[in-house]
Design a protein around this ligand. Sequence first.
Ligand code: ADP
Length: 136
Amino acid sequence: MTEQSLLLIKPDAVKKNHVGHIITIMEQRGFTLKNIKVLQFDRKRAAEFYMMHAGKDFYERLLDFMCSGTTVALLLERIDAVAKLRKLVGDADPNKRAPDTIRAMFADGVTENAVHASDSTLSAKREIALIFKGAH
Ligand code: ADP
């Protein structure tokens, strides 16, 4: 089924000028770019975006990182977009990343991991609304 998902190109990857390369990979893998937004997370919006991780030991570090620079958000569409994008992005754990994934190519660490992809269709709807329908 044709679905939409959200990809965030996180501040580490934006700082290293990987935006164009990552968009090219998305296009080559059959994703259609439906919307794009360049934004700066503030603490409030980062906390809302990552509310499911509140209280975890890496939470503050994650918020600091997300607020540390520019993020580029891509609204992407294709058949099975959510699952296909998660697979293409790769695991958060560096030891579990397949070599041809975005994170294997561009991530430096566990927190600084280049990209975010929605983990379910429900998350995708929530996150797309938060990024693209907000007043920011
Ligand atoms: P994913 O981004 O693969 O969906 P999670 O939802 O589990 O992963 O985590 C959200 C983000 O929090 C990760 O992308 C990463 O930036 C950070 N993170 C996750 N787990 C850890 C950890 N154990 N230590 C530090 N940062 C983490």
